[in-house]
Ligand binder design. Structure first.
Ligand SMILES: N[C@@H](CCC(=O)N[C@@H](CS)C(=O)NCC(=O)O)C(=O)O
Length: 260
């Protein structure tokens, strides 16, 4: 069976037989909660030297031509740490799927870096080299930095073939809370709070946006039970979100929050 190997400083090369290690990909956006491709292993952990920012536009999955949504990318930050999921790709079908979803549709390019698993990982003990799909300012869909309130308003009013843009932010925030309860990500969680406020202003219910249009790929069905379990957690978080919303209302003052 053809496989992939990660040659040092080169992109994955198709090999007629598996000479080196399989290719690992690090997900930090929708790949965390919807990988959509066949993989051998998945591990929670982090990469260093990057921070997650919703600065990449998207007119396919979470936006439309002329009305882009916003999806996650990475920016280089010496002290940055980004938490997410690493996946060991099963075969070339997985790689070609990602090239289509992340490259052709997403406007992302490849970056090679190192991934560290959570301490208690039983899958791998030490760091592993990963390929990361990252958008840069020369990406045709790059939108760049903007204040979080305007970004939240854009997210709350965008949707595309994969569903509402708010779902993307809320599911990523849920993923982070469930998988890494002790970690911080001010950009993501402040954006989540503002998106929730915007949805309320637009009188859009959370269940309306959390509709997970993706069909569950056969590759993912093996994890269907886990996904259903996480879905339950997402629903539980809905209750928590409503409580957070009330909390925002009570403590919210000044320009940091949107005024009704
Ligand atoms: N490369 C990032 C972001 C990937 C991402 O969010 N890609 C978008 C834009 S092409 C996507 O596939 N979205 C599917 C969805 O929104 O459900 C990751 O590793 O997770």
């Amino acid at each position: 069976m053809r496989g992939f190997m990660m040659a040092q400083n080169h992109m994955p090369m198709k090999t007629e037989k598996r000479q080196g290690k399989r290719l690992w990909v690090f997900g930090y956006g929708s790949l965390c909660w919807y990988p959509g491709f066949p993989y051998e292993k998945e591990i929670a952990g982090y990469i260093k030297g990057f921070s997650r920012r919703f600065w990449q536009g998207n007119t396919a999955h979470r936006g439309r031509p002329g009305k882009p949504g916003r999806v996650a990318t990475l920016v280089k930050e010496p002290e940055g740490v980004t938490w997410g999921k690493a996946y060991e790709l099963k075969d070339e079908i997985a790689y070609e799927y990602l090239e289509q979803r992340e490259g052709a549709l997403g406007g992302y390019t490849h970056v090679l870096t190192w991934f560290w698993p959570l301490e208690d990982s039983t899958v791998i003990a030490e760091q592993v080299q990963v390929m990361v799909y990252m958008a840069t300012p020369d990406s045709p869909q790059w939108l760049g930095p903007i204040d979080l309130s305007t970004l939240a308003a854009q997210v709350a009013r965008s949707q595309g073939a994969a569903g509402h843009n708010a779902e993307y932010v809320l599911r990523l925030a849920d993923f982070m809370r469930v998988t890494f309860p002790a970690t911080k990500d001010d950009h993501l969680f402040e954006l989540e709070a503002l998106v929730l406020k915007e949805l309320e202003l637009e009188n859009v219910s959370i269940s309306e946006v959390m509709n997970m249009k993706h069909k569950i790929d056969p590759a993912a069905s093996a994890f269907q039970a886990a996904r259903e379990e996480k879905e339950k957690v997402f629903q539980q978080n809905d209750t928590q979100r409503k409580l957070n919303l009330q909390a925002i209302d009570t403590h919210c003052s000044g320009s940091r929050c949107l005024t009704l």
